[in-house]
Every structure is written in C-alpha cells, then in structure tokens.
Design a protein around this ligand. Structure first.
Ligand code: ATP
Ligand code: MG
Length: 720
C-alpha cells in the first residue's frame, strides 16, 4: 500500500502503470523510499524492475501514476528532468566514451570553463578528485576508460551522477558484472553515500546482497506490487518465496555423477591474448560424459581466451578434441557440428541477434537443416511451433513473446532462450559460461536443474562461473585456473571456498592438508544435514574475487529496446509465398564466425532507445567535445590556458625522449595532464616557452603514433 505523501520520502511512485502496446509491464505499482536509506527492489526476471526505474529516470513515461520527490509532485519527462530533480542512474550497460579519460567522461556535458570556450580541465579534475576522496570511490582520474576494469568503469558512472549533484542514486543490477571483491567495495561506497544523506535504490537478484546492504525491500511480481518489508528480520527464503510466489530451493540438490568416456579433451593448449602474450599456457583438461566440471579462477587468468579457442574464435596451439576428433583452428560451425554447444558469457554480443524475433533466435543453429528449411526456405510454421515449445519449457516471459524482438525481453528471459536453444542442440559437450548471471533465484534453480539433468543424460558439462558458490555446488569436479593453466583439480564436496581461494591465487594444496580439509568439509556437511547450526563454527563463506573476464555491461538493450518485431509475422499460419525469404537471406547471422551472429547482425539502434539517446544527448551538450572522441580537443583547451599564462601550474619538464618510441604512445594522457606542483618559481620564462614548444611537438607526435598503433591494432584484429 502506498504511504502518505511526505517530505521524509526521497522518492514516492504511486499507482504506476506502464504498457508496451497491449502488454502491461507495470500495473498500479507503488514505491516509497525514505531519504537516507538503501532500498532494494526484488523481482523475477521480467517483473518490471528496470521499467519502474526507467520511469523514475525519465526514460519511459508512465501511462498512469504519480511521482513525488521529497514530497513534491514532479513530472519527469526525460533524463535531464531527472537530473534536475537530483536523480542519477547507473545502468547496467555503461554509457562511457572509451577513448576519454575518467575525468573527461565525468565532466562531459558539465565542463567547467574559463570564459566562453576554454575548458578548465584542471578545475574539473580537482572537483572529481574531491568527490573521489569524499566517498572512497578510488579511481585514477587520468586513465582512459578502455584501460580500466569494469568495476572501475562503474565507479566512473557513479561519479558522473554525483558530479551532477545526484541525491538519489538508482543502481540497476550493479553487481552482476563485478567480482566478489568489487561487490564488497561497492557496498562500502554505498554506505559512505548514505552517511552523507544520499538515497540509494538498488536492483539486485542476490538475496545476500539485499541483506548486506539494504534497509527496506520492495517486491514486485509480474508487474504488480507485492509488499515492502524491512530487510532486518526477513530471511533469504522468505524473500525468495515472496518474489516467486512459492518456495524456492536455494541449495542445489544432486546425486553423485557417473562419468563415462572423455568427451572434451584439451591438450597442451596455448592461446594468445589481444596483446599477443600467451594467456593460456600448457592447459590440459578432460571433461567426461555424465559429469560437470566447473572452472574457478580470478578474472584474467585465461578463461576468456580459453573459451575463444574452444569456440574457434581464436587460433591456438595444442589440441582440442571432441569425442576424439580435433576441432581446433577451424570455424565455430565445425565445433557445433561436432556436438559442442555454448551458453556464452555475453548474451547480447554472442548469444542473440537482438533485432531478430524470439522465434528466429531459437533456431539460429538449426535454420539450415532440412527440418527447418526444406528446399532452402524456412518453414516458419515449424519454427514457430519449435519456439513456442521452448518458450513454455523454459518459462520465457511474457508467454506471447515469440514474435517480439529478442532485444525487447528482459535480460533474464533472454538468457532462458539461449539456454533452451543450446540444450535443444542435443550436444555432447555443453559449455555454460556464467549461465545464471542476471537470473532470479527461481530461474537459477531451473538452470542448475537443467545442467544436472543434461549431465544425467550423459552430456559432458563444462561450467565457468562468476559465482564461486555455484561452481562449488553444481560441479562434480572443480578445476582451478591460474595463470593460463589448471593449477589443481578437486572432487565435489572435498574443499571449502577458502582453500579454493588460495589455489586461485596461485597456491597449491598438499595431499595431507587436502585430506584434513576434506574431513572438515564432510563433517560440516553431516552436521548441516543433521540440522545443526554450523554458522557459528564456520563463518559465512569468505568473499573471494572470481570473474570470468572483463565483460562490458550486457543487460542493456533489453531494458529499453523498442517493441516492434524485426520481421512482421504473417497473419495466417501458413505465410504467403512472397513472404518467405530463402533461409540464407533471411537469417543473415551466418554461423561461420560466431561474432557475426550478434555483434554485427544486431542493428545498432537496438542498443539505445530514443529516450536513452536523449539522455546521451543531454550529457553531450558540448557537441564539439563529444565529436572529437579523443583527448585532443580537451588538451587543446589546457594548452591554451597554459600558453596564455593564466595558469599558475606550468608543466614540469617531462622525462620523455626526444623521439618517442612506439610503445610509449599509450602514455600520452599522463604526459598531457599538467602536474599539480607549480613550477613558476624554479623556471625562467624563456625555458618555459622553449619547453612548452617541445612538449607540444612531442605530444603531437605521440598522438600521431597512437593513432597509427590504433589503426594497426584494428587491422590486425580484423585479420585474426
Ligand atoms: N521497450 C520494451 N518494449 C516491450 N516490452 C518491454 C520493453 N521493455 C521491457 N519490456 C517488457 O516489460 C517486462 C518487464 O521488463 P523489465 O526489463 O522491467 O524486467 P526486469 O524486472 O528488469 O527483469 P530482469 O531481472 O530480467 O532484468 C518484460 O516482460 C519485458 O519484456
Ligand atoms: Mg532489469
């Protein structure tokens, strides 16, 4: 029930209804968020959480309902209005300019100037550093976005909102892309913000995080308001039950495996990373029929490159065998034809063609078969009935989503389509990379059950997951990857996550110690089974940073993509002949290179909806700067400032060689930023001029070199 309108609430949304066509994403939803609190929103995939927040941020207009900020009724017609009302939003997909530095990104659109044109980047940098310090949001202001981790990029987004004066911060699934350690850091930052009187609304599927962070939690189910409860005093089970509407099994229940023949056999594998360095080295692993092998490891230990090689997206040295047949250094289709199915980590880039309908996405790997394209034409009736079955079996919502663009579905429901499609391939080896990321607890339970049921059917399953608990619970064997190779392998139930953490950091556990750990773990399990409380004896699972790779955010377009379908579905069950394109033409996402599938085929406009573009425009008010897409334009203003002598902070003599070497080019930003210490007292005027001149020349040549490097890298990656 909605609370009385009062100034003690930072946000009140009353009776919010939002329709997409005839579909009700939200029906009469209330949200009351007290100022200075952390308020989480919980709901299944597709429940309407992001839609509700997009309404608050002005990306969508509600069809019905009112919004009050600090007790005053407001009309938030676009993100600019939201910002004016002190609302900031960190989307799961970041909106940063990769080539710009942290500072440039933060101030973009709100740059302090000296007079009408000249930018005062030094002042901007100082302001940014003040916010960084105030909230413990440590981030290097001079680094370029493309050079920092996803966790750091998220901080930049938070800084961006704070820089614009946000008092109310919306975080949409902020932890889905973070390592466990980064999650802890984010929670600490959130607490700092609250101390300063800010209000935070956070969407997360992770019940533990709600309990660790929030004061109140509002639960939404299928677009309807269920309840708002204080987080203290409510258990994870109770939250899950309220969210799904029935009890959910949070712990994986499985019988021991019964492994058969080796299906996937990786021998002495070496794979290079983007920099040409071996990220995978002397990697050996076997996965047998009827077992689940989980790979645990800290971000950047070769997981990404390993998967690229296995999926034939990258050349490698060594052998990758599926049922005794070498599949390496071919093309993605070759692997698929030999029984390899992959649930990719990045569902937008590698999993779906967002601009294609759900129907079409379900047959991405099958459309050229005789079954679906007899005589080279897609049998759309067959496609639809196949897709409808899959939608039902995997509980993809809404049930009538078949004709919609895949991009219009919520992130979790997109994932269900991919999982269903890959399992329908009846693979011999199923590789699941972070298969439950962004899924609600009910959906996670289903995915785990599916992986186990595939295993029980005799499929070899390789699981790579962000969630250490998931790897530990679901896997029959846990292989720890470290520095590109398998450091150690453990049987299920013989190791705790603290020990795994040690191995993930490069340690090795001796047999005798392992025996001790095994006894302890098994004793704990037995005690747990007997209903004893072991939480006292053993503190809650230690937080260990595990991540697959530096993923860029990926829920993105789902939240905002327009509703129209990619292809108009014919009215009749049997489509008119002229509507039938050939299979080749119609599903352009050719399997030869998996990257093509989504990355290229998905039209750019699905990435941002109009309101999002509007938001970007709002942020990009200074068009010249945005257009430059490089540090050059910003630097020019600084140079102006320096040469005109208005700045007391002249540059220190940089230790840059006369003729800069190619590999030093990326250091440009460091050279560009003038140091903090004023040098006027120690340098005579003529020296200054001379140095300024030399510095400019060097900077120019560095920039040129940098451009050349970028072009060469582009050309190289194009060839790979
Ligand atoms: N632009 C759109 N056009 C059509 N339908 C949409 C659009 N945006 C969202 N929807 C639908 O509205 C419903 C709610 O979506 P929303 O993204 O708000 O879910 P969510 O609760 O954030 O789910 P998730 O946890 O999976 O992110 C979904 O069924 C989704 O398909
Ligand atoms: Mg969402």
């Amino acid at each position: 029930m909605a609370a009385e309108v009062s100034s003690k609430y930072a946000v009140q949304m009353h009776g919010i209804t939002k329709r997409f066509g005839s579909f009700y994403a939200l029906t009469d939803v209330d949200l009351d968020v007290e100022r200075g609190t952390i308020h989480s929103i919980l709901g299944e995939n597709g429940a309407g959480k992001s839609t509700l927040m997009n309404v608050l941020y002005g990306l969508y207009q509600a069809d019905e309902g009112e919004i009050y900020i600090n007790g005053k009724k407001v009309n938030i017609k676009n993100p600019t209005a939201a910002i004016e009302n002190g609302i900031g939003m960190v989307h799961q997909h970041f909106m940063l300019v990769e080539n710009f530095t942290v500072t440039q990104n933060i101030v973009l659109g709100s740059e302090p100037t000296n007079g009408p044109i000249a930018l005062n980047m030094r002042k901007a940098r100082k302001n940014v550093l003040e916010i960084v310090k105030k909230y413990g949001l440590e981030v290097d202001p001079d680094k370029r976005i493309r050079d920092i981790s996803v966790g750091m990029q998220q901080r930049v987004e938070i800084l961006k909102a704070l820089y614009r004066g946000a008092e109310i911060l919306i975080l949409d699934e902020p932890t889905a892309v973070l390592t466990e350690q980064e999650i802890d850091e984010l929670l600490a930052i959130m607490k700092n913000l609250i101390k300063d009187g800010k209000t935070i609304i956070i969407i997360t599927h992770k019940l533990k995080e709600i309990q660790a962070s929030s004061d109140m939690c509002t639960i939404i189910r299928r677009g309807k308001y269920i309840d708002t409860v204080p987080v203290k005093g409510v258990t994870e089970d109770e939250l899950a039950t309220m969210m799904v509407g029935h009890a959910v099994q949070l712990v994986v229940d499985k019988t021991p495996s019964n492994p058969g023949e080796v299906v996937l056999d990786i021998q002495n594998l070496y794979v290079k990373n983007e920099q040409g360095i071996n990220a995978v080295k002397d990697f050996n692993l076997q996965v047998r029929a009827g077992e689940i092998v989980g790979i645990a490891g800290i971000d950047g230990n070769g997981q990404h490159e390993l998967m690229e090689a296995v999926n034939n997206l990258k050349k490698c040295k060594g052998k990758i065998l599926v049922c005794g047949e070498e599949i390496q250094n071919r093309n993605p289709k070759y692997g698929i034809d030999h029984g390899l199915a992959t649930i990719p980590a990045d569902r937008h880039k590698d999993g779906l063609v967002l601009g294609f309908s759900v129907y079409e996405n379900t047959i991405m790997e099958k459309y050229r078969t005789e079954e679906f394209s007899p005589g080279g034409r897609i049998n759309r009736k067959k496609m639809r009935s196949f897709a409808e079955e899959l939608i039902k079996a995997y509980d993809v919502r809404p049930e009538d989503c078949g004709p919609r663009k895949a991009g219009a579905l919520s992130g979790g429901n997109q994932q269900k389509i991919i999982i269903g499609r890959e399992i329908a391939q009846e693979p011999k080896i199923l590789i699941a990379i972070q298969p439950t990321r962004g899924l609600d607890v009910g959906a996670i339970e289903n995915v785990h059950k599916m992986l186990i049921s595939e295993r029980d059917k005799g499929v070899a399953v390789l699981l790579i997951s962000f969630e250490l608990d998931e790897v530990m619970n679901v896997s029959d064997r846990i292989a720890v990857i470290y520095d590109g190779h398998i450091q150690q392998i453990f049987e299920h139930g013989t190791v705790d996550n603290r020990t795994l953490g040690r191995v993930m950091a490069g340690g090795e556990i001796e047999d005798t110690e392992l025996e001790e750990i095994k006894k302890k773990v098994q004793a704990e399990k037995a005690a747990e089974a007997a209903g004893e409380d072991v939480s006292e004896a053993e503190p809650a699972a230690e937080v260990i940073p595990v991540a697959l790779s530096e993923e860029t955010a990926e829920e993105s377009a789902a939240e905002t993509a327009p509703a129209e379908t990619a292809f108009a579905e014919p009215e009749s069950e049997e489509p008119a002949a002229e509507n039938e394109l050939t299979a080749e033409n119609e599903l352009a996402a050719e399997n030869e290179t998996a990257e093509v599938s989504a990355a290229e085929a998905a039209p750019a406009e699905t990435a941002f909806s109009e309101p999002e573009i509007e938001e970007l425009m709002a942020v990009n008010e200074t068009a010249e700067i945005a257009d430059a897409a490089d540090a050059d334009s910003v630097r020019t203003a600084e140079e102006e400032e320096e040469t005109s002598g208005t700045s007391p902070e002249a540059p220190e003599v940089p230790e840059v060689p006369e003729t800069p070497e190619v590999q030093e080019a990326p250091e440009v930003p460091e050279v560009q930023e003038a140091p903090e210490v004023p040098q006027e007292e120690t340098l005579a005027e003529p020296d200054m001029e001379q140095m300024q001149h030399e510095l400019e020349q060097m900077q120019q040549s560095l920039v040129n070199l940098q451009k050349q490097i970028a072009e060469m890298q582009k050309a190289l990656s194009g060839r790979q």
